[in-house]
Design a protein around this ligand. Structure first.
Ligand code: NCD
Length: 339
């Protein structure tokens, strides 16, 4: 079994199926705390440093919320311009210093593999919140948690599913990490739907094929959306050389109510890591599906808190003693979480 305590979480390649299952199970234990039925300040006094050198809403805020729900303090640095990296300091030095101030660090950076480089200098666990187009392991775990929770409604598990990954598969780090995690499961039918120029990197396709999954690569929605899950992604404009280049690919795979009814199955669950581009010209995931029960995108974002709480509990070695720290919640709350 993987040793979580004291470990960095940098890539999904670190996990086997047993480790993933442990993370998802601990995430489930967090439901009463995240939904404010009970509180659990097992990390009281611990400090998280959130270092976000690239735009983020969900990942940064949910890392912070997760840590605070477990009773810890959160310190935030946002944007390279506000850190000494802009004075030429190396990632190693920044890590060595910041890790002296914190018990755990969550980091996002625009350069591929930079979070691993940073982790080499850190004396405390570092959790990758996204390193350029490379990986986004915590997103992949929350995606998998969501797939498991949503499929349970239909009496299904993760094995044997039909899953469509659609959009900018070349630059989207969430689909890279998710695909690698899906390689741990059995007998999946995976459709990679993207413009030809934005296809999934071959290394990721190889890992899916080596797992024995059936892979379909296509640029057509018609006939290819009859699946258990459709996971849509945003055109990652910031990874193109110009906005004009990114614009060429907008609107190719607009998913709206009419497309859903025409091409999807009645039970197809729609996922998206968010943010979706809601400007009308983006033509991405339409708001006309907002009331659809199978639109899982907001449940998915909520699940991020559970999975990040689980990773903090595991890396800081408190996953076995949660119940000892339970206290009642004394304020009004009407939160409800799935599963
Ligand atoms: C994603 C990311 O940053 O990779 N967002 C997220 O963390 N949920 C997806 C995206 O930006 O399109």
């Amino acid at each position: 079994m993987m040793q979580f305590q004291g470990s960095h979480i940098l890539s999904v390649a670190q996990f086997d199926r047993e480790a993933v299952s442990r993370i998802l199970d601990v995430a489930k234990l967090m439901i009463p705390y995240a939904s404010r039925q009970k509180r659990c300040h097992v990390l009281e006094g611990a400090i998280l440093n959130n270092l976000f050198f690239e735009p983020s809403t969900r990942t940064r805020v949910s890392f912070g919320t997760a840590f605070q729900l477990l009773g810890g303090f959160v310190h935030e640095t946002v944007g390279q311009e506000s850190s000494s990296l802009s004075k030429g300091e190396s990632l190693f030095d920044t890590a060595r210093v910041i890790s002296g101030y914190a018990d755990v660090i969550a980091m996002r950076h625009p350069t591929m593999h930079s979070v691993s480089e940073f982790a080499e200098g850190s004396t405390v666990p570092v959790i990758n919140g996204g390193d350029g187009a490379n990986e986004h392991p915590t997103q992949a775990l929350l995606d998998l948690f969501t797939i498991r929770a949503e499929m349970a409604r239909f009496g299904k598990g993760i094995d044997d599913l039909n899953i469509v990954l659609m959009g900018d598969l070349k630059h989207g780090r969430t689909v890279h990490s998710l695909s690698k995690l899906l390689s741990l499961y059995d007998n999946l039918n995976i459709t990679l739907l993207s413009p030809e120029a934005l296809q999934m990197p071959t290394s990721v396709i190889d890992s899916l094929e080596n797992a024995g999954h059936k892979i379909t690569i296509t640029d057509k929605m018609a006939g290819n959306l009859q699946s258990d899950v459709v996971y849509q992604t945003r055109i990652q404009q910031e990874r193109f050389s110009s906005k004009e280049e990114a614009d060429q690919y907008r609107g190719h795979f607009s998913l709206n109510k009419q497309v859903y009814e025409q091409y999807c199955q009645q039970h197809t669950v729609i996922m998206h890591p968010l943010p979706r581009d809601s400007r009308p010209e983006a033509n991405e995931l339409d708001v006309d599906l907002n009331d659809h029960n199978n639109l899982a995108i907001f449940r998915q974002a909520q699940n991020g808190v559970l999975v990040r709480m689980a990773l903090f509990a595991l890396t800081l070695g408190v996953d076995e003693i949660l119940h000892k720290h339970e206290k009642p919640v004394t304020w009004f709350s009407n939160k409800q979480l799935s599963e």
